[in-house]
Design a protein. Structure first.
Length: 280
């Protein structure tokens, strides 16, 4: 499976990476500055500033020993520990192809300093990804996910993280198994900035993606259909209607789809959208 190594950096990356541990397909690594006794966890020495984390990033050669081929790096850019990101990536980039899952924070909750930190790392990672230094960059808007997900306040981030990992994992799984039918070809090579989302198959209105991408180039629909529904004839007509409608809305966006049999009782639609332009 592609991106079967997961690396969470900082608090946001740590908790989201932990959600991937429920899936046996992934080997999960975590880096943070808190004391934790866990498998494949590296504790960074605590620093006062973002610059201190960058300058004092330790040697991670031994920690990264088991990572090869592909790795999904998960992080948010508003914490001081994000200062170590580029130093960490410099030690990792020759071992594997790196993709990102970037958690964009709610700007209304950030101080001016935290907002600047986020903007710097967010833009740098996008520029490097567009320049082919890194494979691709998934962007998640925490504020949007919170609006879309039902939760109580005391388990807010746990619920958000579980929904993000479920969506990413299902799309990643479909990319690595055979479909019942699809018209996929290679993604547009320059469209490396990615948003994802999912919803019930029978929902009439398409939900927002987990990040509102500007200037879409491509949308891929993964239809996860139960065995029960596959024995009915109506579902296929609905799929054709969805794809036709999307093509009619904007002929400049490349639309494709795949149909997959699942063991779930419910039917889902998973969506992956791509853009070539730097996102705000």
């Amino acid at each position: 499976m592609s991106n079967n190594n997961i690396l969470g950096i900082g608090k946001a990356g740590y908790y989201l990476a932990k959600c991937f541990e429920r899936y046996i397909q992934y080997k999960v690594y975590k880096i943070d500055a808190e004391d934790k006794k866990e498998k494949r966890y590296f504790k960074l020495p605590k620093q006062k500033t973002i610059m201190d984390y960058e300058i004092n990033t330790p040697d991670l050669t031994s920690f990264f020993k088991g990572i090869k081929e592909n790795c999904l790096v998960i992080l948010g850019g508003s914490g001081n520990i994000s200062g170590a990101t580029l130093s960490i990536l410099a030690q990792l980039k020759d071992k594997c192809k790196i993709s990102f899952l970037y958690i964009k924070p709610d700007p209304s909750l950030l101080s001016n300093m935290k907002m600047k930190q986020h903007e710097i790392i967010y833009n740098i990672l996008q520029q490097y990804t567009r320049s082919d230094v890194f494979k691709e960059m998934y962007i998640i808007d925490n504020e949007l996910v919170s609006d879309e997900v039902e939760h109580f306040f005391d388990n807010k981030y746990k619920t958000i993280n579980e929904n993000i990992t479920f969506c990413y994992h299902m799309i990643n799984t479909f990319k690595n198994i055979s479909s019942l039918e699809d018209n996929f070809d290679e993604p547009i090579g320059t469209a490396k900035l990615v948003s994802i989302g999912y919803q019930g198959f029978n929902e009439e209105i398409e939900k927002k993606l987990l990040f509102n991408l500007d200037n879409l180039r491509e949308k891929r629909y993964y239809f996860a259909i139960s065995e029960k529904t596959l024995n009915e004839n109506k579902f296929y007509n609905k799929i054709k209607e969805i794809i036709k409608s999307q093509k009619e809305q904007d002929e400049t966006i490349k639309i494709s789809y795949g149909i997959y049999k699942t063991q779930y009782e419910e039917d889902f639609i998973f969506i992956e959208a791509r853009s070539s332009e730097i996102q705000k």
